[in-house]
Ligand binder design. Structure first.
Ligand SMILES: Nc1ncnc2c1ncn2[C@@H]1O[C@H](COP(=O)(O)OP(=O)(O)OP(=O)(O)O)[C@@H](O)[C@H]1O
Length: 300
């Protein structure tokens, strides 16, 4: 498969601030690609340059084989950009909003209605966009970005400001977006979101890519310890430390936390000692990767 997006040595400064600094990566056709980083890492600036909305200071970008800047009208029908909900046309209903976009792209009204259904907004079709909840507005904005069946879709923090349940509901919708071979590029603050949705993730901080790989490889490459939590009252700290393979032991809120790089060995010892009931096993996460790359805790 070819590359849907190729970015080489991309740079953008705002005055003295290097918002994006020597960034290079490729996104394959059909890939679900994540750009993950804390506030101000340069995610939006990178995305806007790829979309052709912002001029880079330096570097080259190819989007579906073409340069997106200067503004490239040939690319517009082939890409979908999720609008922030504040960019909706005012005082339209959800249905009017998506029908308006559909007609701009020459898409049939019935297709627009299908999209309302796919994002679960049929019963809100007659609600004005201002009166949608945060999650409903996000789903409408995603449907609007997809109504013309673009080959590449860009989502800038699609679950920002949603409560955990609404985020999870939206993940279900997002996870099927590239089933038909569509390329998806998403920026996010959330480690768990990148982990669940993305084939590969670029971890960015201060305008630079720190690491780029699949979530599983990032975690594996880190050699992070596995945390095994044993229910309270089962084991003393001394007994836990005596188990072969245990690196250290701390008291957590839900029990004794055993850190190990040999989880199988420790788990079989716990099984032998009849301490397996209620045990929780937690492997490394992207949070651990960020911590090891930057030396600081991840804070969105
Ligand atoms: N138009 C602008 N003028 C000046 N500085 C800007 C401008 N846009 C962004 N910046 C600065 O550039 C840096 C990168 O911003 P950017 O919005 O790309 O980051 P981000 O990773 O998307 O952050 P967030 O998650 O908060 O949206 C930030 O320090 C930001 O304050």
């Amino acid at each position: 498969m070819g590359a849907a997006i190729e970015v080489v040595d991309l740079a953008k400064s705002y005055g003295e601030l290097r918002a994006v600094d020597a960034v290079s990566f490729e996104v394959a056709e059909g890939e679900f690609f994540g750009i993950l980083g804390p506030n101000g890492a340069g995610k939006t600036t990178t995305l806007e340059m790829i979309e052709g909305l912002r001029q880079p200071d330096a570097g080259t970008i190819r989007l579906l084989g073409e340069p997106p800047w200067p503004r490239n009208p040939a690319l517009l029908p082939r890409i979908g950009v999720q609008l922030q909900s504040s960019a909706f046309f005012e005082r339209l209903t959800a249905r009017e909003q998506i029908h308006t976009l559909a007609s701009l792209y020459g898409v049939k009204a019935a297709t627009a209605d299908d999209w309302l259904e796919r994002v679960g907004l049929v019963d809100k079709a007659d609600t004005r966009v201002e009166q949608l909840s945060g999650g409903q507005a996000q789903r409408l904005s995603i449907a609007c970005a997809l109504v013309h069946e673009p080959e590449v879709v860009f989502l800038d923090e699609p679950t920002a400001a949603l409560d955990p349940q609404a985020r999870r509901n939206l993940w279900e919708l997002l996870s099927g977006l590239n089933d038909s071979g569509r390329t998806v590029v998403l920026t996010t603050h959330y480690m768990d979101e990148a982990e669940v949705l993305c084939d590969r993730v670029a971890i960015v901080d201060h305008g630079r890519i720190l690491q780029l790989d699949s979530p599983a490889s990032l975690v594996r490459g880190l050699d992070a310890a596995t945390r095994i939590t044993v229910a309270p009252g089962q084991l003393s700290t001394q007994e836990a430390l005596a188990i072969s393979g245990v690196d250290d032991v701390t008291e957590g809120s839900t029990g004794l936390v055993l850190r190990t790089r040999q989880p199988a060995v420790v788990l079989s010892a716990l099984a032998e000692q009849q301490h397996l009931a209620g045990v929780q096993v937690q492997t490394g996460t992207l949070e651990d990767v960020f911590l090891s790359l930057t030396g600081r805790e991840y804070r969105a």
